[in-house]
Design a protein. Structure first.
Length: 127
């Protein structure tokens, strides 16, 4: 049991928000090592991820599995790199080309609900 006395905020709930990304660079046919991809941002029809340096280039196709949040099955996606940033050119924006729009919408709604809860907590804590 948590020692946290705040009824609105429980640290252990944050652990459930982590998504894991794994997969392969389909263009180069090189799989990503386990835990080498890190989710940075969820987009309406894509994601921004941190990748190992020099593992991707503009226009490369990535085949990924997104899992976590107690999902029964990972969400498979295929996308194309549309933007590369970062000091080591290792932050990529992937636009999905093939994915379950229904499953992705559910994921977006889940995170939107969590954000609403956080905003409510912050608003109430300022009173």
């Amino acid at each position: 049991m948590s020692n946290n006395k705040n009824p609105f905020f429980k640290v252990e709930n944050l652990q459930h928000l982590e998504l894991k990304v794994s997969g392969i660079n389909s263009t180069s046919q090189v799989p990503f090592k386990e835990n080498s991809l890190h989710l940075i941002q969820i987009l309406e029809n894509g994601i921004c991820i941190e990748v190992p340096p020099k593992s991707c280039a503009m226009g490369h196709s990535l085949s990924l599995n997104i899992s976590g949040l107690s999902m029964e099955e990972p969400i498979p996606v295929i996308g194309v790199i549309e933007n590369i940033e970062g000091d080591s050119n290792n932050i990529v924006q992937l636009k999905f080309r093939q994915y379950s729009q229904e499953n992705w919408k559910k994921l977006l709604e889940y995170f939107s609900g969590k954000q609403t809860s956080i905003n409510t907590f912050i608003k109430n804590s300022r009173k």
